[in-house]
Design a protein around this ligand. Structure first.
Ligand SMILES: Cc1cc2nc3c(=O)[nH]c(=O)nc-3n(C[C@H](O)[C@H](O)[C@H](O)COP(=O)(O)OP(=O)(O)OC[C@H]3O[C@@H](n4cnc5c(N)ncnc54)[C@H](O)[C@@H]3O)c2cc1C
Ligand SMILES: *[C@@H]1O[C@H](CO)[C@@H](O)[C@H](O)[C@H]1NC(C)=O
Ligand SMILES: *[C@@H]1O[C@H](CO)[C@@H](O)[C@H](O)[C@H]1NC(C)=O
Ligand SMILES: *[C@@H]1O[C@H](CO)[C@@H](O)[C@H](O)[C@H]1NC(C)=O
Ligand SMILES: *[C@@H]1O[C@H](CO)[C@@H](O)[C@H](O)[C@H]1NC(C)=O
Ligand SMILES: *[C@@H]1O[C@H](CO)[C@@H](O)[C@H](O)[C@H]1NC(C)=O
Ligand SMILES: *[C@@H]1O[C@H](CO)[C@@H](O)[C@H](O)[C@H]1NC(C)=O
Ligand SMILES: *[C@@H]1O[C@H](CO)[C@@H](O)[C@H](O)[C@H]1NC(C)=O
Ligand SMILES: *[C@@H]1O[C@H](CO)[C@@H](O)[C@H](O)[C@H]1NC(C)=O
Ligand SMILES: *[C@@H]1O[C@H](CO)[C@@H](O)[C@H](O)[C@H]1NC(C)=O
Ligand SMILES: *[C@@H]1O[C@H](CO)[C@@H](O)[C@H](O)[C@H]1NC(C)=O
Ligand SMILES: *[C@@H]1O[C@H](CO)[C@@H](O)[C@H](O)[C@H]1NC(C)=O
Ligand SMILES: *[C@@H]1O[C@H](CO)[C@@H](O)[C@H](O)[C@H]1NC(C)=O
Length: 708
């Protein structure tokens, strides 16, 4: 099915495409978006948000809705404007990846002993919008069982009720505007089903379907059903298992990527109480030393443009870390908040000992079976310069067919054996990242919750995805969703500009090897099942040499790759379990620092992580606003040891009077052209394709052809 832009617009009646106004200066573009130059930062703000990524821009927009708060976002990466077209065009995530650019932190892991000693690339977005600006746009949800399991791990902690499925479901919906497929023929050809009641319809992030599809997409769900993976009618309402075509974070009005910048920053009118600064990397949080009680952050230290003098900005109320699963623990560690052994070894003075920082790291890992094909894929059209190649509807195609296979699909009745060996051997496979009894107890809690609550439930242990962006090839990936191998983010330097040390401990736990092995066998089975099978010419990787369980295990150790979903390094857990934040997102031992990003949920989810992270950031914003807007006598809040922070009900903000506010409880899904004129830059789309670069980059590019 191919759809021209004009047809699509006609079908999406009433949705206007913004027409850039010719005479708007760059400066007014920036001010429109509340982006200011780094030299214009005020002396202090009520809230200083570290990281302008997915979560950071949600927090910035929501907290600055209260005109009585001043809000600053500091983002290490640039504004991305020189790469505008490559960010905005969905299919370019595959064909013109931003990986080889400065918009990617380009971390690598330590050598992974159980994965052939590979040092795996770990891309993360470094730009306004963060990873939501460079990712693959799959937009789906965790399940009710998983989110409630998270809440259960909190026990009777104050605020635990805010992390139930019901709360998170509402918060996720608040971030979204759902649109059905623009055209009935796309819906039919791709066999898309949906239940509008399970989606939001007033939020800033568009969740929709590409304007182009292929019969191969339509073959997916019935193939998965025929291979024993159940069908699903409503994966967004809490039952997140089975086979379905997921929504994508795409704005169907003009086939552009919908991400935290386009949703939560660009549409805002100027707000005198809100400043966003790009190219500002936070190096440390500085605290007032108090005797006893919690420490209070009074300044945030940062550098502009990657180096030079250390500058500081004052904190009137709170610091909110939204630097992501890698960045948030890293900033805490460089600030002296973390495990003593890590800080001592790195030469960083211990300011507040907190053993859980950087622990409990979990990541989805992925392996792939590849077939050759004569069928037309999106990659066929793109690589052969088909007539649609530059059609925006065609260029909105991203892979999105998914299937979540649970333990009974993978193991039949055999799962009880796996469960008892996991539970029986818990001590044996606790990672050696910490000798702290609290942290170890947290590992055990996560293992036993996963083994008792997830493993035997309908929740998918393996996600299957199909890749159709390569000419002449079809890939099916098997992605581990609830890893039992946990790792750590640490530092080995006292220079905050040095990269952290990332050790995910891939395949450290034998259960992961077993589950992934069954997952990849299922991926092969799908390729051998009709209706998909008739489009496969030959399995080209790993091919017929790999047959026995032992052969699969040997093979997959050389193949594992991140699915880009690391989480849990600032885990919300009780302090006695190595938690980093409490249920109000406050860092233990600090009176006015919270974390609100993908590092917070203590357990990996069976889903891509955008939706849960948008929901978490929405929820965090409401919790923080409620805290400051309630009468100061509320008993449910702890009181801090100094007066520089909480309960400041002074209406006069230090940085303007907040006259211009948008009521974003009801952000219109479409954006008024007069306030929103992206500075599209034609230079951005040239150069830097994948293939002319080094072989390492070429390999990465091959991997992302469908992994995203
Ligand atoms: C290549 C790739 C593909 C992915 N595909 C998908 C997908 O298809 N679907 C999906 O749902 N999810 C996907 N994800 C995952 C998803 O994008 C992330 O889970 C999500 O963006 C996490 O949000 P976050 O706010 O925690 O972190 P991010 O969005 O990564 O934001 C963190 C921000 O903090 C900034 N920062 C870090 N350190 C500092 C510092 N010291 N000072 C100032 N700023 C700092 C970073 O530059 C970044 O902008 C993908 C991720 C990647 C990298
Ligand atoms: C701050 O503004 C919000 C709404 O904008 C309002 O509900 C709240 O009462 C205000 N708080 C104070 C202390 O004035
Ligand atoms: C958090 O939980 C409390 C108590 O149940 C409730 O009053 C409050 O509205 C919740 N906040 C959010 C943001 O859900
Ligand atoms: C915190 O310490 C700084 C510098 O040491 C000082 O200027 C500031 O007044 C202190 N704030 C409080 C609330 O004690
Ligand atoms: C310190 O903060 C925690 C929350 O993080 C709170 O429970 C505790 O009461 C605070 N202690 C003091 C002395 O304020
Ligand atoms: C498609 O066009 C590009 C240049 O735009 C060219 O490099 C490439 O060889 C063409 N491919 C085919 C198959 O014609
Ligand atoms: C393991 O790594 C070595 C050295 O990098 C490489 O030669 C070998 O092919 C790898 N094995 C597998 C199974 O990938
Ligand atoms: C604040 O803390 C002090 C000392 O811990 C306590 O006496 C007081 O009751 C608390 N106030 C509130 C409003 O909780
Ligand atoms: C905090 O403020 C209250 C009232 O404004 C005052 O009585 C108290 O002494 C202050 N405490 C500190 C530690 O400054
Ligand atoms: C409120 O803040 C303003 C500006 O920072 C200050 O001038 C004023 O004295 C404050 N009012 C109170 C009651 O603290
Ligand atoms: C508030 O700010 C706006 C715009 O920044 C300005 O026009 C207005 O005069 C200010 N009002 C007051 C009372 O300061
Ligand atoms: C903001 O919009 C919501 C939803 O339409 C509405 O309920 C609320 O009253 C509005 N708030 C203001 C301050 O206009
Ligand atoms: C796409 O449309 C939205 C309105 O729905 C607009 O805000 C945005 O600027 C447009 N993007 C581009 C690149 O034209």
């Amino acid at each position: 099915m191919r759809c021209s832009l004009s047809l699509v617009l006609a079908a999406g009646a009433g949705i206007a495409v913004a027409a850039p106004s010719a005479h708007e200066s760059r400066e007014s573009h920036l001010r429109t978006r509340n982006i200011i130059d780094g030299t214009s930062i005020a002396d202090s703000y009520d809230f200083v948000i570290v990281g302008g990524g997915l979560a950071g821009l949600v927090l910035g927009a929501r907290l600055s809705e209260d005109a009585n708060h001043t809000v600053l976002v500091l983002e290490a990466g640039g504004d991305g404007d020189e790469f505008r077209e490559r960010i905005d065009t969905p299919a370019y995530a595959y064909y013109e990846s931003l990986w080889p650019t400065d918009l990617n932190w380009a971390f690598t892991t330590t050598p992974q002993p159980n994965a052939n000693n590979s040092q795996c690339p770990w891309p993360r977005g470094k730009v306004l919008g963060g990873s939501s600006a460079i990712n693959g746009m799959y937009l789906n949800r965790p399940g009710e069982i998983e989110v409630n399991a998270w809440q259960d791990m909190l026990g009777d902690m104050d605020g635990a009720e805010n992390w139930s499925w019901d709360s998170m479901f509402a918060a996720m919906k608040k971030s979204e505007t759902f649109s059905p497929p623009v055209d009935a023929s796309i819906q039919q050809e791709a066999a898309i089903t949906f239940n509008p009641a399970s989606h939001g319809n007033q939020g800033p992030i568009h969740m929709s379907y590409p304007g182009f599809t292929m019969p191969l997409v339509g073959a997916w769900s019935s193939t998965a059903n025929n291979a024993g993976v159940g069908d699903t009618q409503d994966p967004y309402g809490g039952d997140n298992w089975g086979a379905y075509v997921a929504t994508s974070a795409i704005n169907p009005a003009n086939w552009t990527r919908s991400y935290s910048r386009s949703g939560y920053l660009d549409p805002l009118p100027p707000r005198s109480n809100y400043d966003v600064v790009a190219n500002a990397q936070v190096t440390r949080i500085l605290f007032n030393n108090t005797s006893g009680g919690n420490l209070t952050a009074h300044e945030v230290e940062y550098v502009l443009n990657g180096g030079g003098a250390k500058l500081t900005v004052g904190v009137n109320k709170e610091v909110i870390l939204a630097a992501g699963t890698v960045g948030s623990p890293t900033v805490l560690l460089y600030s002296g908040v973390g495990p003593k052994d890590v800080l001592d070894a790195a030469g960083v003075d211990v300011v507040s000992e907190l053993p859980g920082v950087g622990q409990h790291l979990q990541d989805h890992i992925s392996v792939t079976v590849t077939w050759s094909t004569d069928a037309e894929t999106a990659g066929t059209i793109y690589d052969n310069n088909g007539t649609e190649k530059n059609d925006p509807a065609f260029l909105s195609y991203v892979n999105s067919a998914t299937a979540y296979a649970n333990s009974s699909v993978l193991f039949g009745n055999g799962v009880s054996g796996l469960q008892s060996s996991i539970l029986g051997e818990i001590d044996q496979y606790i990672p050696d990242t910490s000798s702290d009894t609290g942290v170890i107890s947290g590992y055990k809690t996560i293992y036993s919750t996963t083994a008792n609550t997830i493993l035997t439930s309908p929740i998918g242990l393996i996600e299957l995805v199909i890749g159709l962006s390569t000419d002449g090839a079809i890939q099916i990936g098997a992605n581990l969703q609830h890893p039992f191998s946990h790792g750590q983010i640490s530092i080995n330097s006292s220079d905050p500009l040095d990269y952290p040390v990332i050790n995910p401990n891939y395949l450290n736990h034998p259960a992961d090897v077993e589950i992934l092995r069954e997952g990849v066998k299922l991926a092969r089975r799908l390729g051998e099942t009709e209706p998909l099978a008739s489009s496969m010419t030959k399995e080209t990787w790993p091919g017929s040499d790999v047959q026995t369980d032992q052969e699969w295990e040997d093979w997959l150790r050389g193949e594992v790759f991140t699915e880009f979903h690391p989480s849990s390094t600032c885990a919300m857990l009780p302090l006695e379990q190595g938690g980093v934040v409490d249920a109000n997102l406050r860092v233990y031992g600090l009176s006015n620092v919270r974390v609100a990003d993908a590092s917070v949920p203590p357990m990996s989810f069976s889903a891509h992580l955008m939706s849960s992270t948008y929901g978490l950031a929405e929820q965090a914003s409401t919790i923080i606003r409620d805290f400051y807007n309630q009468p100061a006598t509320s008993t449910k809040h702890h009181n801090s040891t100094t007066n520089s922070t909480t309960s400041n009900n002074n209406r006069t903000s230090s940085n303007g009077n907040g006259t211009a506010i948008l009521n974003t409880t009801n952000v219109p899904p479409t954006i008024n052209a007069s306030t929103s004129t992206p500075s599209a830059n034609s230079n951005g789309a040239t150069s830097l394709g994948c293939w002319p670069l080094s072989s390492t980059v070429a390999l990465l590019c091959l991997a992302i052809k469908f992994l995203l």
